[in-house]
Design a binder for this molecule. Structure first.
Ligand code: AMP
Length: 401
């Protein structure tokens, strides 16, 4: 972005404004909007005109009974007032994303003005990567900037296909997307060692590729959360009614063997905080993870495990965290996740680089107020996961072609 001349240019910026809204259509978390501000402001400060496009929700999956789009629910118009406040510039709105209306509105824009286009997903062709739709978007501008990291793993019209209509001097990543790539690269390319990866969350099946990739290059792999019970059961442990994927036990065995053969330490929770039902107010107890009574379930890591995981984290130089250690949404089972968040923050204060790589660990670190005590908190769950799995994101590839 720093090498592009934006003066008197119309600049189409794909942002990720897929923010949560309440019933009254108030924005309940504007993190994603704020994250795009540096890019938008840079274009404005350098004499450009800004045309913003984004998706919001899944309007094609929630059509009205007559098969039409529920405009009232999914329109980006809900964001105009807040965007105007954030930018300090009156934001104009266009009820379509492409076509005559959009052309006319863009044509009437002056330098320094900002136009927000309607939800890209109102067009069926968006998620299909439709070329005509992408061309319609490209026709609106001289320059294309992609700052929507959260959807960079999708080959959609507005995130990927549109880029083919701009040459290399007229397209670029925005600052947010560049920062996400840079931080992922700090972990993936020549990280300072020891490198520890903490993987948690509900299921092994959601993170198979991540676990495999981690074993290829980390020094220590910590597995916590619901997925740990599949590993423990695969070793012959008794896990009661804890969440488990029986069809992934073989895979768990394979991963354990692979870690051993590569000299990677794979740490599982030794002890577990168990509950007699899936409820914050359930009766609780602590047992070995391999000796959970029949009618009880593990909902968080136990105190010995917390101590061991925290010690390992404190000895690390690079830390990657994806997925909570327990059912942190329930206060009584949030201690494990909270303690790990604190350990990551303490290691960061001691000079380690820490990346919170998307999904529920991002929610957890925010909930605990520790976002600014770690090195980087990713804004894109699925996109960061794919990057860490070693995939090239279509939205990133399209910039190089
Ligand atoms: P993920 O989206 O894969 O990172 O999974 C996050 C979800 O895993 C959260 O909603 C947690 O409540 C859930 N989770 C973590 N540990 C457990 C557990 N021991 N039993 C059931 N669910 C869990």
């Amino acid at each position: 972005m720093n090498h592009i001349d934006f003066n008197n240019k119309k600049v189409l910026i794909r942002v990720d404004f897929n923010v949560p809204l309440d019933e009254q259509k108030n924005i309940t978390d504007d993190t994603r909007m704020r994250a795009a501000m540096p890019t938008i402001n840079h274009v404005l400060e350098n004499g450009g005109t800004v045309i913003l496009m984004s998706h919001l929700g899944r309007p094609q999956k929630k059509l009205k009974e007559d098969g039409s789009i529920n405009v009232e629910q999914f329109t980006l118009k809900h964001l105009v007032a807040h965007l105007t406040d954030l930018l300090g510039v009156e934001v104009q709105f266009c009820e379509d994303t492409i076509g005559e209306k959009a052309q006319a509105k863009v044509g009437a824009l002056d330098k320094g003005q900002v136009l927000l286009l309607e939800n890209t997903r109102f067009h069926k062709g968006e998620s299909k990567g439709d070329e005509a739709l992408a061309k319609g978007m490209a026709d609106l501008a001289d320059i294309y900037i992609n700052d929507a990291f959260g959807t960079a793993h999708r080959a959609h019209a507005s995130t990927t296909v549109v880029a083919q209509y701009f040459d290399k001097d007229h397209k670029s990543f925005g600052f947010l997307l560049a920062a996400e790539l840079e931080n992922a690269n700090k972990v993936l390319n020549n990280p300072e060692r020891p490198l520890v990866s903490i993987v948690g969350g509900a299921k092994v099946s959601d993170k198979i590729l991540l676990l495999e990739k981690m074993i290829d290059f980390v020094d220590v792999l910590i597995v916590g959360g619901g997925m740990a019970y599949t590993f423990v059961k695969s070793q012959g442990g008794k896990i009661g009614t804890s969440i488990c994927e029986d069809d992934k036990m073989e895979l768990a065995q394979k991963l354990l063997k692979k870690a051993a053969s590569k000299g990677v330490q794979l740490l599982l929770p030794e002890d577990t905080l168990i509950a007699d039902k899936f409820d914050n107010d359930a009766n609780r107890n602590v047992t070995l993870t391999s000796e959970i009574p029949d009618d009880w379930m593990g909902l968080d890591i136990g105190p010995k495990t917390i101590e061991k995981f925290a010690k390992t984290i404190s000895e690390s130089k690079t830390i990657l965290w994806n997925g909570p250690m327990g059912v942190f949404e329930m206060e009584n089972f949030a201690t494990g996740t909270k303690s790990i968040a604190e350990a990551v923050a303490a290691a960061t204060a001691n000079g380690a680089f820490s990346l919170i790589g998307g999904g529920d660990s991002v929610a957890a670190i925010k909930q605990m107020g520790l976002s600014d005590k770690v090195s980087y908190v990713s804004t894109g769950g699925g996109a960061m996961l794919e990057l860490l799995e070693g995939k090239e994101l279509p939205g990133v590839k399209a910039m190089k072609e």
